[in-house]
Design a protein around this ligand. Structure first.
Ligand SMILES: *Cc1c(COP(=O)(O)O)cnc(C)c1O
Length: 391
């Protein structure tokens, strides 16, 4: 018998042997286009801070005011010690922003999916997931006990096959179709119109995770559902507060009834201490900024940078622009080496590996933000070309 630590060291060695070891890299600065790692300043293409809000003065000051007025901590779960004003105001702002009756915030996107899917589904129900949905939806589907089916990525025909099966197998249970709108590691867009039409045809419910679309798409920057005119076709709209909104947390927006139900049944909401007031206040300030003229300016800046990148790098062209640009390398060790070479050039692009993506599909994941300058993008492209990447 190995000792506890020896056993875990053995397991870690196996992870390392497959090129899958992960280590934390301390950063000594706020998130931004330049981050400080020890003595090195890196040009940062790794964060989901698409609109440059994580360190923007408006959300920062809102967070500071919330600390001054409401303190550092939140005391308990909102159902136990009372629902602090910053959370109430965030949810009112969120519902107005999303154009839905109501909204509920959670401590993270992960907790949002867990709480919501497990509240809505049980073992008599069926959940049909896109092959590439985020781990939080997969984990939630498993924990819910519902029967799980997976459809080929962004493939409405395969989804229809699964819906046909579910239609005969449902036996009085519900069917939930769940997908992302913009996929976190591939950056491509789901065919939401086709998916929404299919869920109507088969009487299923639809949940769409807009983690990487909230703040970026649509006239009011609500997300891809708005861009495609689907706001009232999606029963459960999910998103996060930690990506384009620059704070942290997750949310569900939808009908008042859905929100009332989740307050009663979403265990990750009920049994978890409320996020700190500063997080709620920062997210609310970010939403107000996103809705303002400044939000539009940043949205346009972001798409300009994406356009510059795509015009110079041979890459998948899509009708819907995306700030996430994967450069598939395949082999895990090679992806890590490519990222290390870029870091030597003071450029930070993360290597993404299993289990975040499938084995043999390791990649560099470039994210562009509204804060990057044209020169930043040119510098990235120069470095990528030096290493023969992305050509
Ligand atoms: C990041 C992410 C989440 C999880 O959100 P957190 O707030 O980071 O827990 C959920 N879904 C998708 C698609 C994500 O990219």
């Amino acid at each position: 018998m190995l000792s506890f630590d020896a056993e875990l060291r053995h397991r870690l060695d196996a992870i390392r042997g497959q090129g899958l070891l992960r280590e934390l890299r301390p950063v000594d600065s706020p998130q931004g286009t330049r981050i400080q790692v020890g003595r090195q300043t890196l040009l940062n293409f790794s964060s989901n801070d698409y609109l440059g809000l994580a360190n923007d003065p408006l959300p920062r000051e809102a967070a500071i005011r919330a600390v001054d007025k409401f303190g550092a901590g939140s005391g308990a779960s909102r159902l136990i010690c009372g629902s602090l004003a910053p959370h109430q105001e965030l949810e009112e702002t969120l519902a107005r922003f999303k154009g839905t009756e109501a909204a509920l915030s959670f401590s993270s996107g992960y907790a949002t999916a867990m709480g919501t899917i497990c509240a809505l589904l049980g073992k008599n129900d069926i959940i049909i997931l896109d092959k590439l949905v985020h781990a939080c939806m997969v984990d939630a589907a498993r924990l819910s006990g519902a029967k799980i089916r997976v459809f080929a990525h962004n493939d409405p025909d395969d989804l229809e096959d699964k819906l046909k099966w579910a239609d005969t197998a449902q036996n009085g249970g519900q069917i939930l179709v769940a997908t992302e709108s913009i996929f976190s590691m591939d950056g491509d867009a789901a065919p939401l119109r086709e998916i929404a039409a299919l869920k109507e045809k088969y009487g299923a419910w639809l949940m769409v995770d807009e983690a990487h679309a909230t703040g970026l798409y649509g006239k009011h920057r609500r997300g891809l559902a708005e861009e495609l005119g689907l706001n009232d076709k999606i029963e459960i709209q999910m998103g996060t507060l930690g990506k384009a909104l620059g704070a942290s947390g997750g949310y569900i927006s939808g009908s008042r009834t859905l929100i009332d139900f989740l307050v009663n049944r979403a265990r990750s909401f009920i049994f978890s201490t409320a996020p700190v007031p500063a997080a709620a206040a920062a997210a609310q300030a970010a939403i107000l900024l996103v809705q303002s003229a400044e939000g539009r300016v940043r949205q346009e800046l972001l798409w300009s940078r994406v356009g510059e990148f795509q015009s110079q790098i041979a890459n998948r062209k899509s009708q819907i622009p995306g700030a996430i640009i994967p450069m598939i390398i395949g082999d895990e060790n090679q992806a890590v080496q490519a990222a290390a070479k870029l870091r030597e050039q003071n450029i930070f692009v993360p290597a993404i590996r299993y289990p975040t993506v499938a084995r043999g599909k390791a990649r560099l994941r470039v994210t562009l933000t509204a804060s990057h300058s044209s020169e930043d993008v040119s510098e990235l492209i120069r470095a990528l070309k030096t290493f023969g990447l992305g050509l």
